[in-house]
Design a protein around this ligand. Structure first.
Ligand code: IMP
Ligand code: MG
Length: 178
């Protein structure tokens, strides 16, 4: 389907499922080479990364683990206002290689929160992997080690990414068209 409607907006086909899965397999191959003796722990950031993480994990042929984290918003007392706390980390990551799995890096604010908090647990190293990145919007605060697609600054939906709670189940990725 080329054109779809999600909630109250129109979207058109942008990246097919076949293309997505091919790029993810390429990424998994590269990671398997880079990280083969490290027993890395992959950390999927919920909700958006669940499909990407699942597809990637199937194609990794090295010793590794996976866990999922979530950023919970709450109103902190600091002057900067909203603080986002990372929840769900049950594993000991001290001295371990961790690989963050994000659905999309836009401004980079989310990845900043995640990396800063993970550093507190003293992992051996932190790698960043994302399905999509919007280079025009990204603040470049951390090096992105792996990405499948760099895309323009348009809103997209599908393959785990939502618009207003809808569209995560779409197998292709769609770009907003109005
Ligand atoms: P950042 O903090 O600006 O980098 O934004 C990252 C988060 O915003 C992602 O994890 C997504 O949940 C959401 N996001 C950014 N761009 C899009 C988009 O085009 N479609 C759906 N969600 C997006
Ligand atoms: Mg997200």
């Amino acid at each position: 389907m080329e054109k779809i409607r999600v909630f109250d907006k129109n979207f058109s086909l942008f990246i097919s499922n076949e293309e997505i899965e091919k790029r993810i397999k390429d990424m998994a191959q590269k990671m398997s080479l880079d990280l083969q003796d490290k027993n890395p722990l992959f950390l999927g950031i919920l909700n958006g990364s669940f499909m990407f993480a699942g597809e990637l994990f199937k194609s990794l042929d090295i010793d590794c683990g996976i866990s999922f984290l979530k950023l919970a918003s709450y109103d902190g007392t600091s002057s900067s206002g909203k603080i986002k706390r990372l929840i769900g980390l049950n594993e000991d990551i001290k001295d371990r290689t961790v690989v963050i799995l994000e659905d999309i890096i836009d401004t980079g604010i989310t990845i900043d929160h995640i990396v800063k908090q993970l550093k507190g647990y003293e992992p051996a190293e932190i790698k960043i992997a994302t399905l999509l990145i919007k280079p025009e919007a990204y603040n470049d605060s951390y090096k992105v080690d792996y990405f499948c697609f760099d895309i323009p600054n348009d809103f997209i939906v599908g393959y785990g990414l939502d618009y207003n709670g809808f569209g995560r189940n779409l197998k292709h990725i769609y770009k907003i068209s109005d």
